[in-house]
Design a protein around this ligand. Sequence first.
Ligand code: DX5
Ligand code: ZN
Length: 236
Amino acid sequence: MAAVDAPTATGAPTLRVAPSILSADFGSLADAVAGVTPGTDWLHVDVMDGHFVPNLTIGPPVVASLRAHSDLFFDTHLMITDPARYLEAFRDAGADGCTVHVEVGETEALCAQMRDLGLRVGLAANPDTPFEALEPYLPLVDLVLCMTVFPGFGGQSFIADVMPKVARVRAAADTAGLTLDVEVDGGIDERTVVEATRAGANVFVAGSAVFRREDPLGAVRSILRAATDERAGAPS
Ligand code: DX5
Ligand code: ZN
């Protein structure tokens, strides 16, 4: 897929909203995705195994079905205990990037496996997992996902205490000269995206603030506008 770009001329990473299908109508997913497509180039796909998190969602067959209807970059968030077993299946189904959780361990091997499969490499951390757990792996990844809720469910409240970790990830990437997407996921809307942008995040996952709205496309655009205004220094 396209949708993975070089940093902008100013060096600042591209701001983007990744709508999370977790909050969409699973009975008409393709329509839901088509509805937000004019506003973004990424789609966030939440995979849960009922073990790493207390909820079950979708697997490779749904990704493959959606792939036939969409050219968006599939940002696939694996909230599962044993990602090594399924990475190839997600790649084959059409995932563009996969993000595994640092809490499941074997991080270096998982990063190598994703790279070998041609996947964009993402690493996620729960709200209470410290920066130090991510730090050794920053040179191996393309994206760091700082969860701003405890994973498992949509519609939870944004945990602002995660912002110092976001800032440390961004600062460490800048210091090391790494081109890194820093993604936040959970409780993102027009208000919280401002805080996340200020801390250094550039990819904003939004589920309920997009798909539970009357106008999902308008919501994607207004969340992105809030982030863009914050970066430009405009009043929010
Ligand atoms: C939560 C998922 C999120 C979820 C976010 O475990 O990883 O991607 O869809 O939903 P909202 O935006 O409603 O908090
Ligand atoms: Zn997610």
